[in-house]
Design a protein around this ligand. Structure first.
Ligand SMILES: [Zn+2]
Length: 368
């Protein structure tokens, strides 16, 4: 059993993404409605932890605000000011597809700071690993603009905190969100201190990013690994991605600390992804990662919540991951699992195998 830290704050669900139609601003011909990145997906995850009693097994970590100095280790001063002003006047868009509501600046600081608090707690040995159920998400944000619902680059900010103030020398970021972890990759593209590994649906968001040939540049060449999997990839592809690419890459790189950009939008029920993962699949990936982290870095894994847009299915994926991180069971059965696991095509398919072979070659060339 492990002591798993958990970060959450009610204000995370008060970040207001407004009256949208999916991820588009409404107005004819789009009937107004709800933004995909609405609070319910995350709130229901927390509610399932509460209702099942599993929350009592977790070590609760209080989030704090990231300071401006911490945010400015990644973001430009102009961008920080723009978000602050926009949030104060009642909202706007921080760049591309990134709604900012009234007060979203303060909540985004608390979101990034939640991850910093988790890193501090894990590095101090107060807990073995930690999950941060924060909002807004972070892995698409660039230094000078928001992207894809992400205002501040939460993992980048927390990684820089660890690198620059805690003596951590090597960090790995494993991104299993269905979208490419472009913000994290760009931030460390020429930096060998951070190995970024992203598995994502081929050419979905941002388009043109996350190609298998994108491997980093300069001193960072070889320290970015991408697996752009075809739509329809299931547990066979994700298991193979871990066994053949993620595990060998991490074993070779030997990180001191591992972040996971934990989006659950690769699930079979997600409206913004076309993959077929399910709770047992995420549990299995987490078990592999925990065993590896025990070998490499005393189990130090910090997960940051990213995407995942099915309000009814995200909670079961999240619970499965927390069970695997902590080695404890909630007793809750995923009521959707049989449907998701019964879908056709879960076995590794030839097109998926081909992408993984190319990613294996990248790992062999640069890291082994
Ligand atoms: Zn996503």
């Amino acid at each position: 059993m492990k002591k798993t830290g958990f970060v959450y704050h009610e204000l995370y669900t008060w970040h207001d993404t407004g009256n949208y139609a999916g991820f588009m601003a409404p107005g004819f011909p789009l009937q107004p409605g709800m933004h995909n990145e609405h609070p319910e997906t995350k709130r229901r995850f927390k509610n399932l932890l509460d209702a099942s009693g599993f929350i009592d097994t977790l070590h609760l970590i209080k989030p704090r605000d990231a300071t401006e100095e911490e945010i400015l280790r990644f973001h430009t001063p102009d961008y920080l000011q723009r978000v602050k002003d926009m949030s104060a006047i009642g909202g706007g868009d921080a760049g591309e597809l990134t709604p900012v509501g009234h007060g979203s600046y303060e909540i985004a600081k608390l979101s990034a700071g939640g991850l910093i608090a988790a890193v501090d707690s894990v590095m101090a040995g107060e807990c073995d690993n930690a999950y941060v159920l924060n909002r807004p998400p972070g892995h698409h944000a660039d230094a000078d603009m928001g992207r894809g619902f992400c205002i501040f680059g939460n993992i980048v900010i927390a990684a820089k905190h660890a690198l620059e103030t805690m003596g951590v020398e090597r960090i790995a970021v494993v991104d299993w969100d269905v979208h490419h972890g472009n913000g994290t990759e760009t931030a460390f593209y020429d930096d060998p201190r951070v190995l970024t590994i992203s598995m994502h649906q081929d050419n979905w968001y941002p388009q043109g990013r996350g190609l298998v040939t994108d491997v980093g540049e300069g001193k960072g060449e070889g320290y970015a690994v991408n697996m752009p999997l075809p739509p329809g990839s299931g547990t066979g592809a994700y298991e193979a991605a871990f066994d053949r690419v993620v595990v060998p890459a991490l074993r070779a790189y030997k990180p001191d600390l591992i972040f996971v950009a934990s989006g659950f939008d690769a699930s079979a029920f997600d409206p913004l992804g076309r993959m077929m993962m399910h709770s047992a699949g995420y549990e299995s990936l987490t078990n592999k990662l925990m065993a590896l982290a025990d070998d490499l870095c005393e189990g130090r894994v910090v997960m940051a919540h990213e995407g995942g847009y099915s309000p009814y299915y995200v909670p079961f994926c999240g619970l499965a991951v927390l069970e695997a991180m902590s080695g404890q069971k909630s007793g809750v059965q995923d009521p959707y699992l049989d449907f998701a696991a019964g879908m056709g095509g879960h076995d590794l398919q030839p097109g998926q195998d081909q992408i993984l072979s190319q990613a294996e070659a990248v790992v062999r060339r640069y890291l082994l």
